[in-house]
Design a protein around this ligand. Structure first.
Ligand SMILES: Nc1ncnc2c1ncn2[C@@H]1O[C@H](COP(=O)(O)OP(=O)(O)OP(=O)(O)O)[C@@H](O)[C@H]1O
Ligand SMILES: [Mg+2]
Length: 341
């Protein structure tokens, strides 16, 4: 933005209206206190520059009802021959960079956690095998049942940690032919839904065999089914279906849809925009990472996620991915920088 020596808005570039969610044209020629009356924090930050001529270079956070902009605010006076003739204010939107850095940190944490859990787990597994050998002769069915349970759960933790350490290397896709019906059954074996929760599978033959990263898709199924189970609670219905995406939308001719829907509590509209944010959770014991992984994995598969949810009625997660994924080049992680004056 450009202001004259008296603090009147004299010009701006077109990004600024989108960034601040304000029709700037309407404010051309107006004093900055009027222009920024709905953004008191930005107004206060600019006072040092526009009233006292001090250069500014500081962090900026702007809350609007639509989004949060996090970035940097830079402002400096423009000197004429004898005096200041105006001021330049630049706003750098670094929201995406900050989000990327947070995601990167989370991936590193997950990789470390998975790595740290693996060693004690291997010890437990070894000890269980030894115990099994020692007490194999004990006929007590309860002891045998307990041993079986320990073994099963340890294997489960091992496969979960393996999956997580694999997601932490999200850039590297390992493409295989996958049978979605098998993957679905495998996922459901991990859960013990309450009796009154009905699970319906409907895997279409035309959307059953695809090429994708099996480990990563396993995580997608697990996270979405887990969320659906949380959403329905003690009773309800969860439906897992796949079908050619051409049924759904013309533009996705060679893609398939994976739908995971539930008849659960639904997602309040105020929460809908936040569910993919790292650490966002409405659950007492949630980590808020499940959907972060889902989003990343779907992006890795060049796909998209659509959500349809109605409060107290249920939620549908629809994933559209190519039936045959082309192996990706190394992911471009160059920062996207968005600047406005
Ligand atoms: N099927 C669903 N129905 C209702 N709300 C959902 C559903 N799926 C996700 N959500 C909302 O999105 C939030 C984020 O989900 P996410 O899977 O990322 O984290 P979480 O389930 O809270 O924790 P975690 O998956 O790490 O155990 C949830 O806390 C919940 O509020
Ligand atoms: Mg979850």
């Amino acid at each position: 933005m450009f202001f004259d020596a008296q603090g009147h808005l004299t010009g701006f570039n077109k990004n600024i209206s989108d960034m601040l969610h304000m029709p700037m044209e309407k404010y051309r020629g107006r004093h900055f206190k009027i222009v920024l009356q709905t953004l008191p924090q930005l107004k206060a930050q600019l006072e040092n520059l526009l009233l006292y001529g001090q250069e500014i270079n500081e962090e900026l956070t702007i809350f609007s009802n639509k989004s949060i902009l996090k970035g940097r605010l830079i402002g400096y006076p423009v000197q004429g021959l004898r005096s200041t003739i105006g001021y330049v204010v630049e706003i750098y939107d670094l929201s995406q960079e900050i989000l990327n850095e947070r995601e990167d940190l989370i991936h590193r944490l997950v990789r470390k956690m998975a790595h740290d859990i693996k060693t004690p787990l291997a010890t437990i597994k070894f000890s269980v095998e030894t115990l099994k050998y020692i007490i194999n002769n004990i006929e007590d069915p309860e002891v045998q049942e307990d041993l079986k349970n320990i073994n099963h759960e340890v294997n489960r933790i091992q496969s979960i940690t393996n999956n997580y350490s694999k997601i932490a290397q999200l850039n590297k896709l390992k493409i295989n032919i996958i049978d979605l019906a098998e993957l679905c059954d495998e996922t459901l074996l991990q859960f013990h839904p309450p009796e009154q929760v009905k699970i319906v599978k409907d895997i279409s033959d035309e959307a059953r065999l695809i090429t994708a990263d099996a480990d990563q898709l396993r995580v997608v199924f697990k996270e979405l089914v887990e969320n659906a189970l949380d959403a329905v609670g003690a009773q309800g219905e969860i439906r897992i279906s796949t079908y050619p995406a051409s049924f759904a939308r013309e533009k996705h001719k060679d893609a398939i849809c994976i739908n995971i829907s539930d008849s659960g509590i639904g997602i309040p509209s105020a929460v809908k925009d936040k569910i993919f944010e790292p650490s966002f959770t409405t659950k007492t014991h949630g980590t808020g990472l499940g959907l972060v992984f889902v989003k990343q994995i779907v992006a890795n598969h060049q796909g998209e996620i659509l959500i349809d949810s109605e409060l107290h009625k249920g939620t549908k997660f629809q994933i559209i991915i190519p039936k045959e994924i082309k192996v990706q080049q190394e992911k471009d992680i160059s920062w996207r920088r968005n600047t406005a004056y």
